[in-house]
Design a protein around this ligand. Structure first.
Ligand SMILES: C[S@@+](CC[C@H](N)C(=O)[O-])C[C@H]1O[C@@H](n2cnc3c(N)ncnc32)[C@H](O)[C@@H]1O
Length: 454
């Protein structure tokens, strides 16, 4: 019988993702412990007992792993929810992610990895400062304005960041300090997501890895923003790379950054990014892969899996601003995109022109609906890159109804992907090739790219 407060010594036997807990055992009960690495011997105190598992906290590491690292970010120990794996060597991060991915694939998708062409877990070259987009939150504590990221599982709380290691450090440190100072001197309060009070809500930072331009979005719950001229002037002097600032009104009860209204305060609201030899216009609100370097490898792999010979009709579902569709267009006869965000559709058509690609067209609307109205033409390849929720069961049915020869699936959520592997198998589409790519080092997340064939 175990009790809260009990201490025990044991070995870390596994690692659970996405929660990022080490797994230990006490009297047969699974104990989840943060910030421990498989193979380590630890002294742990039980903090919560549930019928099937317990939570514990690390008291002492008795035998540390040779793969333990001192987290470089000063906010890691404060519990910043941005990157949770900083205490592990990068090679171990890859191993725990791979193990997690293969286990989920087997348990939920029914896939025995030896029976498909497994092409491995591709690591990132830049394991810090790799993101081209960050969304920070404003808040307030004891009358003091805060700006930073939320701790894990505490949507109401905020870590006041001096710096963020996921973006170039000098940029993140400078911009965070600048906007905290602007908010304080303009007497603007930080938003409280529980009481739903306060003015300043989010700060969106986007960085082009191609032109090195920076775009900023400052979200408030109100339409008015004081001293904007002073703010813009200060920004232009201190950060010449800032080429556009947008004021966003976000009064939504949801925790996500919603562009209810937007007003350009200075410069422009989009920039150009390059993946492979394709140029993309990226607008402030549109989806774009956050890791520019590894995105090239992801798109190349998706193109290889599509096995194009310039004769194919390709559907690019959930096409964003034309990311994958335009990347593969020169290898296909025709590419048709489907995307629900009208701004992204506009950007996709702009991008087609920018790259003088004339065999790409994008339909605006939800995949669930648009699939029924597509031109009646034989579809050879379907590429899907859905949001974290994955494909709808009906969408899988409609894709199968088109009888494509190949389905290429790009996913950012291994759980919903594994579920959809089983749904596709029910329709006769079997997993043939699969690879994982670490687009998000230091975090539990990664991308999957897979090929399905009848
Ligand atoms: C993971 S992104 C992929 C974008 C693109 N493939 C790329 O690489 O840049 C998913 C996209 O699906 C869009 N989306 C989400 N739900 C959708 C739906 N039901 N129908 C159509 N598009 C949707 C989002 O707006 C977003 O642009």
């Amino acid at each position: 019988m175990v009790q809260k407060g009990d201490c025990f010594e044991g070995e870390v036997i596994d690692f659970a993702l996405p929660e990022s807990y080490g797994i230990m055992r006490k009297n047969g009960l699974v104990v989840f412990v943060p910030q421990v690495i498989p193979g380590e011997k630890c002294l742990v105190r039980l903090t919560k007992i549930k019928p099937n598992y317990a939570l514990g906290e690390l008291v002492e590491i008795i035998e540390p792993s040779p793969f333990r690292k001192t987290p470089p970010c000063p906010h890691f120990q404060e519990g910043c929810g941005g990157c949770r794996l900083q205490f592990m060597d990068y090679g171990v991060q890859i191993r725990v992610k791979e193990r997690n991915a293969l286990t989920i694939l087997e348990k939920i998708g029914g896939i025995v990895i030896d029976r498909v062409e497994y092409q491995g877990f591709i690591p990132a070259q830049n394991v810090f400062e790799y993101r081209n987009k960050m969304e920070f939150n404003f808040g307030e504590r004891e009358g003091k304005l805060l700006l930073g990221l939320r701790p894990l599982n505490r949507y109401w709380d905020l870590i006041n960041l001096e710096v963020c290691y996921l973006m170039p450090q000098t940029l993140s440190a400078g911009i965070l300090a600048f906007f905290r100072d602007y908010g304080n001197t303009s007497h603007l309060s930080g938003y409280d997501p529980v009481r739903k009070e306060g003015i300043l809500r989010n700060l969106l930072v986007r960085l082009s890895r191609t032109s090195h331009e920076v775009l900023l979005g400052l979200a408030t719950v109100e339409c008015t923003l004081p001293e904007t001229e002073r703010m813009i002037e200060g920004l232009r002097i201190r950060f010449p790379e800032v080429q556009g600032v947008v004021h966003i009104v976000n009064n939504s009860p949801a925790s996500a950054l919603i562009f209810e209204k937007k007003r350009l305060l200075f410069g422009k609201d989009s920039f150009i990014e390059k993946i492979g030899n394709i140029f993309y216009k990226v607008s402030l609100p549109s989806f774009f892969q956050v890791n520019t370097e590894l995105c090239t490898v992801l798109y190349e792999r998706a193109r290889d899996y599509a096995e194009l010979s310039r004769r194919e009709m390709v559907l690019d579902l959930y096409s964003g601003s034309g990311g994958i569709g335009l990347f593969v267009a020169r290898y296909a006869r025709q590419v048709i995109g489907v995307e629900e965000n009208p701004q992204a559709v506009e950007d996709a058509h702009f991008n087609a022109e920018l790259n003088t690609i004339d065999n790409f067209h994008c339909f605006s609307g939800r995949v669930e609906k648009v699939l029924a109205f597509l031109p009646h033409e034989r579809v050879d390849v379907v590429i899907v890159d859905p949001p974290r929720a994955g494909l709808d069961k009906k969408v899988v049915g409609k894709i199968a109804h088109l009888t494509p020869r190949r389905v290429v699936y790009v996913s950012c959520n291994i759980g919903t992907f594994a579920r959809d592997v089983a749904l596709l198998a029910e329709k006769g589409y079997m997993l043939r090739k699969i690879a994982f790519l670490d687009l998000f080092p230091q975090t539990p997340h990664f991308e999957t790219v897979a090929l399905f064939q009848k």
